[in-house]
Design a binder for this molecule. Structure first.
Ligand code: BAL
Ligand code: ZN
Length: 873
């Protein structure tokens, strides 16, 4: 398959001013008529005179130009295109095609989910609906007419504002929708089905009334409150923080059960994975509730960052995704606890993006080439992209950043633009030169920042030297030093922040946090006027997506854990301390757990002044996957043993404290979704996790009681997971009870599959394989697939990486089975092998064998081909 390159970008030869679509909807055969007002693009160079329209899996029934049906000599149908010969400079194109939603298992284009019909067009699904210039820089105004059976599809939705309905008298009805805002085809959407409507309203800052509607399958009518509340909060927040108002008369969200991604920001008609809409305290965990708030906000924020201003081409994906992730992160931080949110986001970045950036699928935030764009909806484009925006906010300061985004929204409204256009607005509003900063968008790999220091007691001068390096790789040479904002503090012996006076300062220095701007490979800063050697607090708030190397003593880390005024760095010090000890225990299984470590954990656990949510974060040991990333050759079993052993040692020393923490943090009254209540549950369930570590009978009783009390899903699923890890009759009973209670609720049932797939029991794979045959399992539902196969391959490293290679064979089988059905999901799943080179030779060989087996398959999707071939390298 061909590789698409950024450097080959050319403006489209034709533009489309108006699109009129008419759908005769039916699950088996849908007819799509398209009327396109087209004209030659004055800004493009003339090609061979032919017009190439994208189209896949379409059955062409009719094609006409300006009302004249085309004879076969004037066009050609290819497997992925309709080519019209010698078209005029301005014309009206009519096409009619047939498509088959029920046979669409890839879930791209128009497909069936349950009894609903819905669409997913990003990135290139629209070409599975009609022939089109399916690229984001072709923006048009759409009118959509939907015709369908009234009984089966009483609700008919599309983008824009409603523009009338009609009963056709033959059992069918019709609905018309008009979207006045020009949009690229990837934002097109329609939904048809028997849906329950939840209605609300929102009055915008300028007084416009917007109808808000959530559509769900009827049985989910009572799980919509949280999503609706989140939407209204997001709408208000975007007005207050960015001055952005909503622009249509209606805002619609539909929850569907089959969805490849989390959700989709189609103009005025978001289609959501039901997982990010439906929640009741008894069905959804605290993390689910937070996820819904974040994703609802994310898709809403896209209305300005993505829809009104979109991407010129798919290489610019991070223009909308990085910025929108940054916006949703800040929204969630404002709604809940800022430090907890930052910790969660950095955990995700380190767990998903750092490994990606260090492996064979590494790519810059703005990739230079791709085979299948669906493979580039990555942690790098999304999460690292968000960090690049965050750094620019830090460099500009919040007020100047706001001026810069105002400029961006004014200047580029209605256009398809590039990352340069965004950064230019940052430069113009601030007067700063961000030329060097732009390298962040083109440089793959995680920079390493090595920090050394020196203390001159005689002069009271403390010197910090930073050396930056980004390891070059074959595909990604080093582009030279990056512009890195490093927020630091210096602590005195009592743990207070010191003034950060640099010798050259002319103005009063900040006390607290100071942002240093590194621009060269090496930079030295001399802090003067100090009485004693300070302890440095480096990269506060994780001010740049880098790895910091500084030789802290254990005592320094414990000191920072206890005193750093930066909440993020208190947590990070604890993580570093635990990571260091765990890696020592991997290398020396007999090494003792230092008293100081246990004492630091005791202090964190019993510090009643501190936020329970942060205490829970501090006491959570680094994951096995994260520890593996720190080793040249991952010691799968050694890491598991060390981590389990350390938990055991901590429990032995702190059993009473964990019991007390458990009792002290039980919910006193009914379930509440406040940051404080979420934090209490997190600490309580963390304590329960430690108490269950040695299978102590009393703990099993406590856990069973929590499971049976069943007050909320957070507590129920935490208890169930721990029981399943402990195994035996209590686990089987609980699994059975849970299944009987929840077998009718797909999202809850996903959790039942997931706890078994994540189990640390040695028979986890056997159980997962048996569950493939369970009546409720299907590869065709992405959530179900992720909950069983995805969880096992990505979140159960010790069982997935079993030395006999059975986990790898299991993965290979699933990828080959899935690829013909849903290439996007198959290629996602395959990425669990991306880090194969980091394992011992035996495991490497077994992983490589699966990759080769997959590449040998006769018919492979572009998606899987790209990942498999790049992974093998
Ligand atoms: N645009 C794809 C889904 C999302 O990032 O919102
Ligand atoms: Zn997005």
């Amino acid at each position: 398959p061909p590789t698409i390159h950024l450097k080959d970008y050319r403006p489209p030869e034709f533009l489309i001013d108006r699109v009129e679509l008419r759908f005769e909807l039916d699950a088996e055969v849908t007819r799509v008529e398209a009327l396109l007002q087209m004209r030659r693009n004055p800004a493009a160079t003339r090609g061979d005179g032919d017009l190439h329209l994208d189209g896949e899996q379409l059955e062409l029934e009719h094609v006409a130009i300006d009302g004249r049906p085309l004879p076969p000599a004037e066009y050609r149908v290819e497997s992925e295109a309709l080519i019209l010969h010698h078209v005029p400079d301005r014309f009206r194109l009519e096409t009619r095609v047939r498509i088959h939603p029920m046979l669409n298992t890839a879930l791209e284009g128009l497909y069936q989910s349950g009894t609903l019909l819905c669409t997913q067009c990003e990135a290139q699904g629209f070409r599975r609906i009609t022939y089109f210039l399916d690229r984001p820089d072709v923006m048009a105004c759409y009118t959509t007419t939907l015709v369908a059976d009234k009984g089966r599809y009483p609700v008919l939705l599309a983008n824009g504002n409603p523009a009338g309905t009609e009963d056709l008298g033959d059992g069918r009805h019709l609905a018309r929708w008009e979207d006045p805002f020009p949009k690229p085809s990837y934002l097109f959407a329609l939904v048809a089905g028997d849906l329950h409507e939840v209605a609300d309203r929102f009055t915008t800052a300028s007084g416009r009334d917007v109808a808000l509607r959530l559509y769900v399958e009827p049985e989910n009518h009572d799980k919509c409150d949280h999503a609706m509340r989140s939407l209204k909060k997001a709408m208000r927040w975007d007005e207050e923080r960015y001055g952005r108002e909503y622009d249509l008369d209606v805002y619609l969200i539909v929850a569907v059960g089959h969805f490849n991604m989390g959700a989709m920001e189609n103009k005025g008609l978001n289609v959501f994975n039901a997982k990010y809409v439906l929640a009741r305290p008894d069905t959804a965990t605290d993390q689910d509730f937070l996820g819904i708030e974040g994703v609802i906000a994310h898709e809403y924020f896209h209305n300005w960052t993505g829809n009104r201003i979109t991407c010129r081409d798919w290489f610019q994906l991070s223009l909308k995704e990085g910025f929108t992730v940054y916006r949703d992160q800040e929204f969630s931080a404002d709604m809940g606890s800022r430090d907890v949110k930052r910790i969660a986001d950095v955990r995700t970045l380190r767990a998903r993006q750092f490994p990606e950036d260090a492996g064979p699928l590494a790519h810059p935030v703005r990739p230079e080439s791709y085979i299948e764009i669906n493979n580039f909806y990555t942690a790098t484009v999304y999460e690292k992209g968000a960090e690049l925006v965050r750094m620019q906010v830090l460099l500009l300061g919040p007020e100047v950043f706001r001026r810069a985004t105002d400029l961006y929204f004014t200047r580029h409204d209605g256009a398809a633009v590039t990352i340069e256009d965004f950064v230019r607005c940052m430069e113009e509003a601030s007067g700063r030169d961000l030329t060097q900063f732009m390298r962040w968008y083109s440089q793959a790999g995680t920079p390493e920042l090595t920090v050394t220091d020196d203390w001159d007691a005689a002069d009271g001068v403390y010197t910090l030297t930073f050396r930056q390096q980004t390891a070059p790789s074959a595909n990604h040479p080093s582009l030279g030093p990056l512009h890195i904002p490093v927020a630091i503090g210096l602590l005195d012996g009592a743990g207070r922040d010191l003034p950060l006076r640099i010798a050259e300062d002319t103005a009063e220095p900040p006390s607290g946090t100071r942002v240093l701007e590194l621009r060269r490979e090496e930079a030295t800063y001399r802090f003067v006027g100090l009485r004693a050697r300070p302890v440095p607090s480096l990269l506060r708030g994780f001010s740049a997506p880098v790895r910091v190397r500084y030789d802290y003593s254990d005592d320094d880390l414990m000191f920072l854990m206890a005193h750093d005024s930066d909440g993020f760095n208190r947590w990070d010090a604890a993580q570093t301390l635990a990571q260091r000890l765990l890696l020592r225990l991997v290398a020396e299984p007999e090494a003792a757990v230092p008293e100081g470590f246990v004492a630091a954990f005791r202090r964190a656990l019993t510090d009643h002044e501190a936020d329970p949510a942060l205490r829970a974060e501090v006491l959570k040991l680094p994951s096995e996957a994260h520890l593996g990333e720190q080793m040249a050759i991952v010691d799968v079993d050694g890491i598991h043993r060390a981590r389990e052993g350390l938990k055991q040692a901590i429990l032995a020393a702190l059993r009473d404290e964990f019991r007390a923490a458990y009792e002290d943090h039980r919910d006193a009254g009914p379930y509440e979704l406040t940051p404080a209540a979420i934090g209490r549950r997190a600490l309580k369930n963390l304590a329960l996790g430690y108490l269950m570590q040695d299978g102590d009978a009393e703990a099993v009783d406590l856990c069973t009681a929590q499971f049976e009390a069943g007050t909320n899903m957070t507590d129920v699923i935490a208890a169930l997971g721990l029981l399943v890890d402990a195994g035996g009759a209590p686990a089987e009973r609980a699994l059975d009870t849970f299944y009987r209670r929840w077998s009718g609720d797909p999202l809850v049932l996903d959790k039942w599959f997931a706890v078994q797939a994540a189990s640390k029991r040695p028979d986890a794979l056997a159980r997962v394989e048996a569950l493939l045959g369970h009546e409720a399992f299907t590869l065709r539902n992405p959530n179900r697939l992720r909950s069983l196969v995805g969880v096992f391959c990505n979140l159960n490293p010790v069982r997935f990486h079993a030395a006999d290679g059975a986990g790898y064979r299991f993965l290979g089988d699933r990828v080959l089975e899935l690829d013909p059905l849903n290439p996007q999901m198959a290629s996602r799943l395959l990425q669990a092998l991306a880090r194969w080179r980091c394992y011992d030779p035996d495991r490497q060989a077994r992983m490589r064998a699966q990759l080769e087996r997959i590449l040998d398959a006769v018919e492979l999707s572009k998606d899987v081909y790209e990942v498999a071939s790049k992974t093998l390298g």
